[in-house]
Design a protein. Structure first.
Length: 606
């Protein structure tokens, strides 16, 4: 009562929360909220958005409509200017039309600077040796990722809709272009594109200029258009691809502005680097409904957002299980760990390093749904793109899993019985609840309670049999993949927490411990890992490797000089550098500095 709707002490987000039904409110209050028409609520939010304290009670005179044919029109105006709403597509309805929701009147999308795609290098560093980190994040170790590619391999699914994917239309219309699975048209067909005035004007300017250029170039023999995939077996290909030049190379100003903004906000001195460690891990998970004719089992058991603790998260990572994709023949294990020709390392090496980095940094994995939420709701990648917008508007303490669970924002999925058989629902971890949407989605939407219905928050409501089969599909795939690690002996190269995960995936238990055993969960505790002999051995191996490397470099320099090589100033400096570094790396102080890094994988010791 001390904060009225128009009070400066109450934010627009607070008003949205106040007027959104919530399980935290009484039934009577929720019933009253539901009686308010959406158009009235939207008008309240609009007035709140533009209201200034000096208006006092006179806000009504600032809003008006035109008079059309002697009657009030329908377009709201603020201070004589039309007020337009913005909308976001959250999914697709069964007839293919967009399923959209109105955004807050003050919504501005976060500016996304792409840093890397499929191939990258990463390093884990103790936070204590770094300066200028964001003080709101308390990680003892942090991870940095650097892109290794100049071009990204993109699949522009939405480019089939003229004018929708502006970035793809630009990339595919400006040379140089490397594309595949687009239909090649002979130049004689350019008339069909240019003279179709309605379709032509729907394209963005780059495509229009390209088509005009083809029309004027008599030497042109073939052309392609972003909206026309190759016709394969009588139908448009679902796997058009092109190589996109890294936007950071084309538009360095975005990265520069991001650096400058952070430098000013954190007050980082000009002679020190601006550091951008990973602050959130938000994988997208591709799901699919059952396709009984094609023999594809359901994999749409996840809600919009799930949190999984490390054991369950890495069971998913190990199995690399993905739903049916337009670029693959079906669902199954498909990912980096399944592409042997592209990765010569033993898979446990990547998994060891990844799992250890999660344990050391304390990063949590929140996965979002792509493709489908349950068998009935198609969302493509819309939800995966929405979640970063939500996350960028949450403070670090609001994203903390323990706080989210304790406040009822995420609920645990337990094992249950179905038709007399146990179903391992716990593999799905925790899922977002209605309370999370009502309290946090208001930072993006006008009506946060309507973004996801109950069938999306609880996919089992769409059909329990498909839900159970989807969970069994996950568990059986995890079992099959993990057994391969046991059978070929590569499990012996896994660090103990990973060994335990692989055995539980394959056999259901490890040394008598099941997945919910406190002793098993303790294996993923950071302090437990730091105190373990196997982790200390990784650090010793890392130190020994650095010593051996520098000794080898010094031996090479000395041998080259003794064989008649010229002793230049550069050679002398290199030799001096190696001697100084070697002296430092042999010390106990250097060994202590390695605590909080991933060390060196045991399989490569010796």
């Amino acid at each position: 009562r001390s904060r009225t709707v128009l009070s400066a002490k109450r934010s627009l987000g607070s008003v949205i929360k106040l007027l959104t039904p919530s399980p935290r409110y009484t039934d009577e209050y929720n019933e009253w909220l539901q009686s308010i028409p959406h158009r009235i609520r939207s008008l309240v939010f609009l007035v709140k958005r533009f209201y200034k304290q000096e208006w006092g009670e006179d806000w009504r005179s600032k809003f008006s409509v035109d008079i059309v044919n002697g009657s009030p029109g329908n377009i709201l105006q603020f201070m004589g200017r039309p007020v337009l709403g913005s909308y976001l597509r959250v999914g697709l309805q069964s007839d293919g039309t967009g399923w959209t929701h109105k955004l807050r009147q003050d919504f501005m999308p976060s500016r996304k600077v792409q840093w890397e795609d499929d191939i990258s290098a990463s390093v884990v560093v103790p936070a204590s040796v770094l300066k200028g980190l964001n003080p709101n994040y308390k990680g003892v170790s942090v991870k940095f990722v650097e892109n290794c590619e100049f071009r990204f391999f993109q699949r522009p699914d939405e480019a089939i809709h003229r004018g929708y994917d502006k970035q793809a239309e630009h990339d595919l219309s400006v040379p140089p272009v490397f594309a595949s699975n687009f239909e090649p048209f002979e130049r004689d067909g350019i008339t069909d594109f240019v003279e179709d005035a309605l379709a032509f004007t729907e394209y963005t300017d780059p495509v229009q200029k390209l088509l005009r250029a083809v029309e004027d170039d008599e030497d042109c023999k073939f052309f392609m258009v972003s909206s026309k995939p190759r016709i394969f077996e009588g139908a448009p290909s679902k796997n058009p691809r092109y190589l996109q030049t890294d936007p950071a190379q084309l538009f360095p100003i975005e990265r520069y502005l991001a650096d400058v903004g952070v430098r000013l906000f954190r007050q980082v001195p000009a002679d020190e680097p601006v550091l951008h460690p990973i602050n959130a891990v938000l994988p997208g998970r591709r799901n699919n409904p059952p396709d009984h004719k094609a023999g594809i089992r359901p994999l749409a058991v996840y809600g919009p957002i799930h949190y999984q603790e490390l054991p369950e998260l890495f069971m998913d990572f190990v199995s690399s299980l993905t739903g049916k994709s337009p670029s693959t023949t079906g669902a199954g294990s498909e990912g980096a760990l399944t592409k042997g020709p592209f990765n010569a390392l033993v898979p446990t090496t990547d998994l060891n390093n990844a799992l250890l980095s999660y344990i050391l940094t304390g990063y949590e994995g929140f996965t979002s749904a792509a493709g489908y939420i349950g068998p009935n709701y198609r969302v493509d990648h819309d939800v995966s793109l929405l979640i970063p917008e939500i996350w960028s508007r949450l403070d670090p303490h609001e994203r903390d899993p323990e706080a989210l669970i304790s406040r009822g924002y995420f609920e645990k999925i337990d094992d249950f019985e179905h038709k007399g058989k146990k179903v391992l629902g716990s593999r799905l971890g925790y899922r977002m609840t209605r309370a999370f949407t009502t309290d946090y989605f208001g930072r993006v939407f006008d009506s946060p309670d309507n973004v996801f219905n109950d069938e999306m928050l609880k996919p089992e409501l769409q059909g329990l049999d498909d839900y159970v089969d989807g969970i069994n599909n996950i568990v059986e795939t995890q079992q099959r993949v993990a057994k391969a690690y046991l059978e070929d002996g590569s499990v012996n190269g896994a660090i103990p927490p990973l060994q335990a995960i692989l055995h539980i995936m394959a056999e259901g238990s490890y040394n008598g411990m099941e997945a919910d055993a406190p002793e098993f969960r303790a294996m993923f505790d950071r302090d437990t890992v730091l105190a373990s002999d196997w982790y200390k051995a990784r650090l010793d191996a890392c130190q020994a490797r650095e010593i051996a490397y520098l000794e080898r470099e010094m031996e090479y320099i000395e041998r080259a000089r003794n064989d008649g090589g010229e002793t230049t100033e550069r050679v002398t400096e290199a030799l001096g550098f190696c001697k100084t570094e070697l002296k430092k790396i042999r010390t106990d102080e250097y060994r202590k500095e390695l605590i909080g890094t991933i060390g060196r994988d045991e399989i490569y010791q010796g």
